[in-house]
Design a protein around this ligand. Structure first.
Ligand code: IVH
Length: 664
């Protein structure tokens, strides 16, 4: 008995820890499959040994995504989860159980299980009034402002035959293409990557700035309507109607009458889903009729009228040969597993990400271990677990290194971050090369060389920082292998042209941590030359739209470093642009000086971004929420009724686009 108690407690601890990694850190350490297995094992043990019941057991709640920065709202109907299974046999059990229980004919609706962030939308008189995350199932975060930026979610419904008040639930998704692009940008900016599109979409929904949410290109699928007086008894028929009201409803949904049809649907989509633009992780089966649903009822956690069949994530098992530690341009050290080559979703995988120290430790990883590798569509395959039973016991334990693999400097780990970094930015070879590669890249200085040439310059001792590029002479190049007169001419020309690259791109090229293209643009707009930026205080920096504590600290740290000051001096002497050009400044006015605008709704004469730029160009400020500082609300079509009400109550002047343009 004591053994059972220990087993139950160990499982609870493990599951609590995985939940924390998943929901709080957005860094899942095990696959969903393994997680579900462990949770089920715990549920089984708890059912068998009720004497060990504990209201704090992880089986007693659904993981919460509540964030204290949002207003929490109670769900009108709790957001339950679905019973899930990986076995076709259990699908058959579900079917037979339902048949017996209903004792009449029934239709099953097969839907894809979309893998994003669940959302509940409320519509009143055809208008979107609220969007709430799942939260803990009972109450969630009000993320309406962010959801309003998602183009596939109607703000105003089409037609007329929708109920006066209803809720529709579904999934907010980040398509693979947007996800890969976002991670590429984050990698370039030295930021941590999202593990999968699900984390990326829930992370994006929780951003404080709706404009950033809009730029992330989220999408949606809706799959469940709730409310009084829905037009049909059939769930499928209601969804069809919802499509006509303007919702994005999947057209892969199918009504099935037999178990065979259900299996055919599952088997078809298990392969075909790889061609879809968004992530799916299974199939959901629902009894179509609302009357029959009511008959079957709910347990405390999930409806008895539905079940999710989850696809096995494509995974392979292979041996870990060694671990490399790579140093990126900002000094972040990433562990990479070198694997015995293995075939996975049609490609040969030899290397996979090991994320960070905590994850390596949680696997108790040893060289020679048989590891599970998954490639759920992401660019980088990842290790999701270790087959402990297959351990040979001969391999060495994998420990995260304590000194830089390139320059031996002791590594640093900030208490709040999972990653280690090498602080020797000025002298560490991979950081220097990475910085130069970033500096010459297309969106930065657009100097016509690639990684191989940077390596060649570095090995020849020609470059130790980005300013050295401007000292390279035509004759230096002719001494290098593979260089001729023509290529040397091109390089010299490209260096000369880079002197015309505008200030905002030069700022981006400097590679200041967390200063990507957009942030560099905002900094340049707020501080018109490098001297102003150097002199900016923390308070002045965070007063700039979208610049928070993390970026402000990084900028201050960058300019406090004398090596960086010397570098900028040299670049200035070479003639790079370190100020916004006069002619651009000339288009600016102070007409809106001291005025703060909140833009809301959709516009017909200019886009929102154009209005934002006009406000800034003319000395005004943009803000995303109405407060005592707001001078005007620039209101377009479909402005949220809550915002409208708030502006009216606070006596803030509401203007339309024509009135705004006439102010200029
Ligand atoms: S129906 C009461 N349908 O899976 C049933 N859920 O584990 C409500 N999901 O929280 C959910 N695709 O986030 C339903 N076609 C689909 C789904 C789906 C994905 C998610 C949803 C839910 C979770 C259940």
């Amino acid at each position: 008995m004591e053994e059972i108690r220990i087993k139950i407690e160990t499982l609870r601890k493990e599951i609590d820890n995985w939940n924390y990694q998943y929901y709080v850190l957005s860094q899942p350490v095990i696959s969903d499959f393994e997680f579900d297995l462990k949770l089920k094992e715990l549920e089984r043990l708890e059912a068998e040994y009720p004497e060990y019941n504990d209201p704090y057991s992880p089986t007693q709640r659904v993981g919460s995504d509540i964030n204290k920065n949002f207003v929490q709202v109670e769900h009108a109907y709790p957001m339950l989860s679905l019973a899930n299974t990986y076995s076709e046999e259990e699908v058959a059990d579900f079917y037979n159980r339902t048949k017996k229980s209903l004792n009449e004919d029934f239709e099953l609706v097969c839907e894809l299980k979309y893998d994003g962030a669940s959302i509940s939308l409320t519509y009143e008189n055809g208008l979107l009034v609220r969007a709430i995350t799942r939260g803990d199932g009972v109450r969630g975060d009000d993320v309406t402002a962010n959801v309003r930026t998602i183009s596939s979610i109607p703000l105003k419904l089409h037609g007329e035959n929708y109920p006066d008040l209803f809720e529709i639930r579904g999934e907010i998704l980040m398509p693979w293409a947007s996800f890969n692009q976002l991670n590429k940008e984050r990698e370039e900016q030295g930021e941590s990557l999202f593990a999968n599109p699900r984390n990326a979409s829930s992370g994006t929904l929780k951003l404080q700035n709706p404009a950033t949410v809009a730029s992330r290109k989220l999408d949606s699928y809706l799959y469940y309507i709730l409310g009084e007086g829905l037009p049909n008894d059939g769930h499928y028929e209601n969804l069809e109607m919802a499509r006509s009201w303007g919702f994005k409803i999947s057209n892969t949904t199918k009504k099935c009458k037999s178990l065979q049809e259900v299996f055919d649907f599952i088997n078809y989509w298990d392969t075909e889903r790889k061609n879809l633009p968004v992530a799916t992780d299974g199939v959901v089966l629902k009894i179509n009729s609302a009357r029959q649903q009511l008959n079957l009822g709910w347990t405390s956690k999930s409806p008895r009228w539905a079940i999710a069949y989850k696809f096995q994530a494509e995974s392979a098992e292979t041996r870990l040969n060694s671990v490399d530690f790579q140093v990126g341009r900002t000094g972040t050290v990433t562990p990479v597993a070198n694997l015995e080559p293995v075939s996975l979703s049609g490609t040969i995988v030899k290397r996979a990400s090991l994320h960070n120290e905590d994850i390596i430790n949680s696997f108790d990883l040893h060289i020679g271990d048989m590891c599970y590798v998954e490639k759920g569509g992401e660019i980088i395959p990842k290790i999701t677990g270790v087959n402990i039973e297959a351990r040979s016991m001969t391999g060495e334990k994998v420990n995260f290194i304590k000194t830089c693999p390139a320059c031996s400097t002791p590594l640093i780990r900030e208490p709040s971050e999972a990653a280690y970094y090498c602080p020797n930015h000025a002298n560490c070879a991979p950081q220097i090369k990475g910085m130069i590669e970033h500096f010459v890249s297309r969106k930065a200085m657009y100097i016509n060389i690639g990684a191989e040439t940077v390596e060649q310059f570095y090995n020849a001792g020609l470059v130790r920082n980005v300013a050295d590029l401007y000292d390279i002479k035509h004759s230096d190049l002719l001494n290098l292998e593979r260089w001729g007169k023509k290529s040397a001419d091109n390089f010299v020309e490209s260096i000369k042209e880079s002197l015309q690259i505008p200030y905002n791109r030069v700022l981006y090229a400097l590679g200041i941590r967390f200063v990507g293209e957009t942030v560099a643009g905002r900094l340049a707009r707020a501080f018109h030359n490098i001297d102003q930026l150097k002199a900016a205080t923390y308070e002045q920096l965070i007063a700039v739209e979208e610049i928070g504590e993390r970026i402000a600290k990084s900028v201050l740290e960058y300019f406090a470093d004398i090596a960086n000051q010397a570098l900028i001096n040299r670049l200035q002497l070479h003639g790079l642009q370190f100020a916004v050009r006069e002619e651009i400044l000339a288009e600016r006015t102070n007409i809106l000086q001291g005025k703060t605008f909140v833009i809301s709704g959709t516009f017909s004469l200019h886009s929102r971004d154009e209005y934002k730029a006009m406000i800034e160009k003319n000395g005004g400020k943009n803000s995303s929420s109405i407060s005592g500082n707001t001078s005007f609300v620039l209101a377009g079509e479909n402005m949220g009724p809550a915002k409208l009400e708030k502006a009216r109550k606070s006596g803030i002047k509401i203007i339309n686009e024509k009135e705004f343009l006439s102010m200029l």
